[in-house]
Design a protein. Sequence first.
Length: 354
Amino acid sequence: MKRISSLLAITLAAFTSFSSSVWADEKPFSIAIHGGAGTITKAKLTPEQQQAYRDKLTEAVNAGYKVLETGGDSVVAIQAAIRVLENSPLFNAGVGAVYTYDGMHEMDASIMDGKTMNAGAVSGVKHIKNPIELANAVMNSSPHVMLSGAGAEEFALTQGFTLVPANHFDTESRYKQLQDAKAKLKQAESEIGSKSPDYQASNTPPRLDYLDLDYKFGTVGAVALDKSGNLAAGTSTGGMTAKRFGRIGDSPVIGAGTYAENGVCAVSATGHGEYFIRYHVAGDICARVKYQNKSIIQAADEVINQRLITAGGTGGVIAIDQRGNIATPFNTEGMYRATRKNGEPADVMIWRDM
């Protein structure tokens, strides 16, 4: 009888161990990335250009997925994905950053760890190859949440970062975009001046509202859930074409362009930043999940396609919940994005239907 009991105990222990192993392997993990939203017209993208975007999005989402698949942390995964996008001239971040009105590059980034609710952000940096890495350093090695400009770069030096020359981020296509934007601004200023005698006297700068949507936003970001159930979000951008006076958008603002909280959701946004700040977009989505028990898909859709668009705000988000469910709503013509869940291939999309 004792022998039978011993065999039974051994069998149960083995079964429990096996079950625990299988359960651990089946823990959900997933990642979503975006490369910006806007007027992405199919007719304006050649098949070769479309493929270039899809290839880079695939590379980025797979870089983050590889970290998660091997049991890595969600914060590490989103940085791996975002670095790929920051290093590509296809996207408005890092080497593909747009130009300011004065022909410079001023980049913003933020990151948030849903496990600790710690966050880090930088704004207006000009010599940081991968701003998302500096945002992570602020999160982990600084008592502050956001550092800006020269101060952020001084901090970077204390953390062992190597500054790169400003022209590291130059691209011909972005420079042409700046020239086009300045021409439109000059025309708008002339038209306003002719209609309002007090305009020039007031010394008010031309409003960027007169620029097309494509000049106003373009961002990269990632959200992830790792096998331990930790959520993280990160966002990086070159900002708005022809921006002036140290303008800062939503990307480095926690709760507006980036947010993550374990057990709730993680969000990274891309769009007309002023609206995302005013309407606290990332935080609002997670609040609806947390306090109204709405699904991540419903919450994200309500904020982007109802509340935000009613206010005149354009853009989109990628969002992920504690179970690895993903939402990627946008109210523009297109949004570069890719997702990948455990055991599934990458899903890469540009428009609503593909």
